[in-house]
Each structure stands twice: as structure tokens, then as C-alpha cells.
Design a protein around this ligand. Structure first.
Ligand code: GUN
Length: 283
């Protein structure tokens, strides 16, 4: 069996077209969705990510602001910028790119973003809303993964989902979203004993570790859906995920490629969240 590819680029295009249409509708009511992205320091990967986010905003007709600050920016100065954006009516979403330099308390910065502008879904108010099933912003990467499952007609209800990774950004919210969709969820992490024993039981595996080769073909049940959140480089400098793609695609039913899988959907869900933030202001 060779797995079918879940094309994140095509699905993202479809969603961005919908976002663009809803943006036009909002603009007729005098509102243009606005996203502010703050980058502190010169982390090379972060620079690429924020540029892609701002470009995506422009493509769907959003107002977007990119603020770049030197790595030595003080925490107080950053908090002051976040508070100013909280009060700016042209800005509906605020994103502070992570990681932040070590002298800045990232959690403190996140908690300073107004929850109704926290389009990353990282504020405790939004994390708590996800936990109890109340409306709020969902973190973009797991949200995008859920949309990919929906797109291929995979209903998690009654299925066994294994999430590898327990970060606040991906692993934990991913597990909660799958749980809300009535999956039986196992969260595996660096202290898990015998990872393969868990993954072999899974109907869907989401891998979000940040390390190449975490999931190999012998760890996958034939026909399972495999979602690769990883973004790494191989020894030749080529972009690759956490999954041994060539091996696992021989066993899985569906698989996301890297690049062209989860990445484009993450940015797309950021657009969806920002649009929703603007629509809330409009109602
Ligand atoms: N760094 C890596 N991924 C993300 C993300 O989704 N949001 C923010 N703010 N920073 C990140």
C-alpha cells in the first residue's frame, strides 16, 4: 500500500480563498482585519516564518504590521508595545513570534496580549477555553491538523489517536481537539517507554517532536493516518519532518508531506483566527 498524500498547499489555498471572500464582505462594512506580528531578535527561522505570515495577510486583503526589534529589547519595552497594540482598533490579532530571547519571560508576554486578540491561542484564557470546550482561539498548528483530517473525511470519533509531543503549542492542544472530536487519545513524550507499542495501535498519529526519524514504518498500523508537524533539515540541508516519509508512506493510508503539509495550514488558521477576531468586533 502507498499512502495518499494530504496536500496542505491545496487545502490552504481553498481556505485562504474563503478568508478572502469573508474579508471583502467585512470591508463593505468598513472593517479591514488587521494582524500585528512582533519579532524580537534575528532568529533565522523566525524571520522566514514571520515574513510568510505577513505575506499571507497581504494576499487575503488584511492590514498587517510587522514590528522587528533588536534582541536586546527589554521585557518592559516589549510589554509596552503589546499594550499599545491591545488598544489599537485597527489591529484585531497580535502575534509575538516565539522563541523570545532568554531575558524575556515569554509567558508573561503572552498573558499581556488581550485574549480577544490572541490569535495564536496561547493565552491561558484561550487554553482554558479549549480545555473546557468553550469558544476561544485554537492554536493554529493543531487547528490546521484537524482541518486536514476533516478534509480527507477522517472522523476521529471512536478512533485511537496517538499524539507524540506534549508542547503547549502543538501536543497538548492537539490532544484536546482530538478528545473533543471523541477520539481515544494517548499522549506520548520523551519519557514514554516503548513508543512503538502505542503508535502501532493508532488509527491516527500526530508527530510533533522536532526530531528527524521519530516515526518509522514498523511503528505504524497499515492504513493509519500520519500527520507530520516536524520541521527539520536533513544532512543535505533539505527540509524534512519528524517522520521517515519514504518508509512510512509504504504502510500508512494517508500522510502529510514536509514541506507542503501542515506548514501552509498553520498560517492559514492564523488568518482564520484573525478574521474571526475582526468579525467579532463587527457584530
Ligand atoms: N514559533 C513557532 N511556531 C509559532 C507559532 O505558531 N506562533 C508563534 N507566536 N511563535 C511560533
Amino acid at each position: 500500500m502507498t499512502a495518499q498524500l494530504i496536500d496542505g498547499v491545496a487545502l490552504a489555498r481553498l481556505w485562504r480563498e474563503r478568508v478572502r471572500e469573508r474579508t471583502v464582505a467585512l470591508q463593505t462594512r468598513g472593517i479591514q482585519p488587521g494582524l500585528a506580528v512582533i519579532l524580537v531578535g534575528d532568529h533565522p527561522a523566525s524571520q522566514v516564518y514571520v515574513r510568510n505570515k505577513v505575506k499571507a495577510c497581504q494576499e487575503v486583503g488584511f492590514h498587517s504590521v510587522l514590528e522587528t526589534h533588536p534582541a536586546h529589547l527589554s521585557e518592559d519595552a516589549l510589554l509596552a508595545r503589546v499594550r499599545a497594540l491591545n488598544a489599537d482598533p485597527t489591529i484585531h490579532g497580535i502575534l509575538v513570534q516565539l522563541p523570545l530571547p532568554p531575558h524575556i519571560d515569554a509567558q508573561r508576554v503572552i498573558e499581556t496580549i488581550a485574549p480577544e486578540k490572541d490569535v495564536d491561542g496561547f493565552h491561558v484564557a484561550n487554553a482554558g477555553a479549549l480545555m473546557v470546550g468553550q469558544p476561544g482561539f485554537w492554536p493554529c498548528t493543531p487547528y490546521g491538523c484537524m482541518k486536514m483530517l476533516e478534509h480527507i473525511g477522517f472522523d476521529p470519533c471512536g478512533k485511537h489517536a496517538v499524539v507524540i509531543g506534549r508542547s503547549n503549542i502543538v501536543g497538548k492542544p492537539m490532544a484536546l481537539m482530538l478528545l473533543h472530536a471523541h477520539a481515544t487519545v494517548t499522549i506520548c513524550h520523551s519519557a514514554t517507554v516503548d513508543l512503538a507499542q502505542h503508535t502501532r495501535q493508532a488509527d491516527v498519529i500526530v508527530v510533533a517532536v522536532g526530531k528527524r526519524g521519530v516515526l518509522t514504518a514498523d511503528m505504524v498500523k497499515p492504513g493509519a493516518v500520519v500527520i507530520d508537524v516536524g520541521m527539520n533539515r536533513d544532512e543535505a540541508g533539505k527540509l524534512c519532518g519528524d517522520v521517515d516519509f519514504e518508509g512510512v508512506r509504504q504502510v500508512a493510508g494517508w500522510i502529510t508531506p514536509v514541506p507542503g503539509g501542515v506548514g501552509p495550514m498553520t498560517i492559514t488558521m492564523l488568518l482564520v483566527n484573525t478574521l474571526q477576531a475582526a468579525e467579532r468586533v463587527a457584530t
